[in-house]
Design a protein around this ligand. Structure first.
Ligand code: UD1
Ligand code: CA
Length: 523
């Protein structure tokens, strides 16, 4: 097969049936715009040039096209409407100031996202082997309404008639024009110049080339696509959803064939550019978007959305929302975690329940188990951040960074007022506001100690349930005090004896500060 001269992708139409401010061809399914799918399929033909015709929302459509292939040619359609005019403008742009395009020209529409590159190659092969002037990709549809119908006489294609211009008999024809063609470039140029605008829409129809070529005695043939899905156009939001579901079904099925376990294919959504290793497990209601990569034995879901994330081998990600985050091998995330861009969790680390992270690196084995915000931070290895901690990164004007070393045991309800640096092996007490750097191995606590005002509730809130409970407890204590040899009622205001083994006894407030950590109440 010769290398075709060009692939022309039509993307200039407004797509009014979408009833949306977004141009039709920029609607995305499976992580790519409709136009992006068309460009990907077109690139598989191996043509000398890919040309995308734009007009409606020209700049955003052109930018989207170039994001898929920076080398493609953008052709601007002028004010004359219709698919025929669009191709005419493409041929002019392709010729530039040089020679007109010769050889095979493939034309596709930007709104048939399931069209496969292999089908296009097959079309070109048939076209060239049969020496056709024009080969149309057609399909047999159960419900052909809306499509151009392929009219044949004695088996040969004689013309294509648009749905709205068709007679009742023509509307009954089930063979439809898919909008995908291979043309002899010279024929296309000559015939297009003879196409008028006398139809219900006043447009230059590319499909009129068929009738003109036939009458001129040129060889027009059709190839019937075996898979009607491939050629279905997304003209409105209903068709868009229908096609998105089918494309997703195919992607999910392909991954299952590659050894991925998908518990519920119906509620699992995987974008085209996602990469999954064998033995990944995906639980229901999970979306893997963009360029996610998941390594073997990882378990994702249920109820998880990851976009452009990397998940290491054996990691578990439960009920999580993640964007541009890296999750290390064996790490645990969730349930109910929010990983924002720049999150990097080391191997065997943990980001737990109701934890939000952003622009934060956590080394191997580091854990942020509960109810915390970690923004703009670098945390070393095997450090534990206590529950309900906030990395206070914003001073109202600028964001600042917090650095926490390795093997730290940080207390619950800590405020890390950035910029602040905590050295390796440091500890902090519960409720500490970290405004100053903490040297390695130091215990940080805020000195304000607790004061108990004895008898306050009975004196100030008489008659309440609390006051009554306090009175009952007081009476029990007073009765015990009357018995010699008990430990109770020492009257130091601290209640029961402490059990803070290993806590520096001389540190004011230290016992209550690190008590939780040591008792393992929160870890
Ligand atoms: C077109 C075909 C129809 C076929 C159907 C298949 C024509 C006249 N009709 O109809 O026979 O069954 O596709 O899906 O070709 N476009 C331009 N410039 C324009 C108008 C459209 O670039 O002036 C682009 C659109 O952006 C779109 C494609 O051409 O990507 C097809 O246009 P659309 O309006 O969807 O054509 P259909 O009515 O679906
Ligand atoms: Ca269409």
């Amino acid at each position: 097969m010769d290398r075709p001269a060009a692939v022309v992708i039509l993307a200039a139409g407004a797509g009014t049936r979408m009833k949306s401010k977004t141009p039709k061809v920029l609607n995305a399914i499976s992580g790519r715009s409709l136009l992006g799918h068309a460009i990907t399929a077109g690139s598989r033909v191996g043509a000398g040039r890919i040309c995308v015709v734009v007009r409606h929302e020209r700049d955003s459509v052109a930018a989207d096209a170039l994001s898929y292939d920076p080398d493609l040619l953008i052709a601007d359609q002028d004010e004359v409407p219709g698919t025929g005019r669009a191709v005419h403008c493409a041929l002019e742009a392709l010729a530039g100031h040089g020679d007109p395009v010769d050889g095979t020209v493939v034309v596709t529409a930007a709104d048939t996202p399931l069209l496969d590159g292999g089908t296009l190659r097959e079309l070109v092969r048939t076209h060239e082997e049969s020496g056709n002037a024009m080969t149309i990709l057609t399909a047999l549809m159960e419900e052909p309404a809306g499509y151009g119908r392929v009219v044949r006489s004695e088996g040969r294609v004689t013309k294509i008639v648009e749905d709205r211009d068709a007679s009742t008999e023509e509307r009954a024809i089930r063979e439809i024009n898919t909008g995908v063609y291979a043309f002899d470039g010279a024929l296309l140029r000559e015939t297009l110049s003879r196409v008028g605008q006398t139809n219900s829409q006043g447009e230059v129809y590319l499909t009129d080339v068929v009738g003109i070529a036939h009458i001129s005695g040129r060889r027009v043939a059709a190839v019937v696509a075996d898979d009607p899905w491939e050629v279905e156009g997304a003209n409105d939001k209903v068709q868009l959803a229908h096609l998105a579901k089918e494309m997703n079904r195919r992607i999910v099925e392909d991954w299952m064939r590659e050894g991925v376990t998908v518990i519920d294919p119906d509620t699992t959504w995987i974008d085209v550019d996602v990469e999954l290793a064998p033995d990944v497990t995906i639980l229901p209601n999970t979306q893997l978007q963009g360029a996610c990569r998941v390594e073997e034995d990882a378990v994702i879901g249920p109820d998880t959305t990851l976009t452009d994330c990397e998940v290491g081998a054996g990691a578990q990600v439960v009920r999580t929302h993640g964007l541009l985050a890296v999750i290390g091998a064996g790490a645990q995330v969730g349930p109910f975690s929010y990983l924002r861009p720049g999150t990097e969790l080391g191997a065997n680390g943990k980001i737990g329940t109701f934890v939000e992270t952003k622009n934060a690196t956590m080394g191997e084995g580091t854990k942020i188990p509960h109810l915390s915000y970690v923004g703009d931070a670098t945390i070393g290895e095997h450090t534990n951040i206590g529950a309900a901690s906030v990395f206070v990164n914003y001073d109202g004007v600028t964001k600042h960074r917090t650095i926490v070393g390795s093997h730290c045991r940080m207390g619950s309800d800590n405020m890390y007022v950035a910029p602040v640096t905590i050295g390796d092996g440091a500890y902090s007490g519960a409720g500490t506001t970290l405004r100053r750097d903490v040297p390695p191995g130091a215990l940080a606590i805020n000195p304000a100690s607790q004061r108990n005002v004895e008898g306050w509730v009975e004196a100030k809130r008489p008659g309440t349930a609390a006051a009554e409970a306090a009175a009952r407890a007081r009476e029990v204590l007073e009765a015990r005090e009357a018995i010699p040899g008990t430990d109770y009622g020492a009257g130091d205001g601290r209640g029961a004896p402490n059990e803070t083994s290993g806590t520096p006894a001389d540190a004011p407030g230290a016992s209550s500060a690190v008590g939780n950590e040591e008792k393992g109440a929160i870890e």
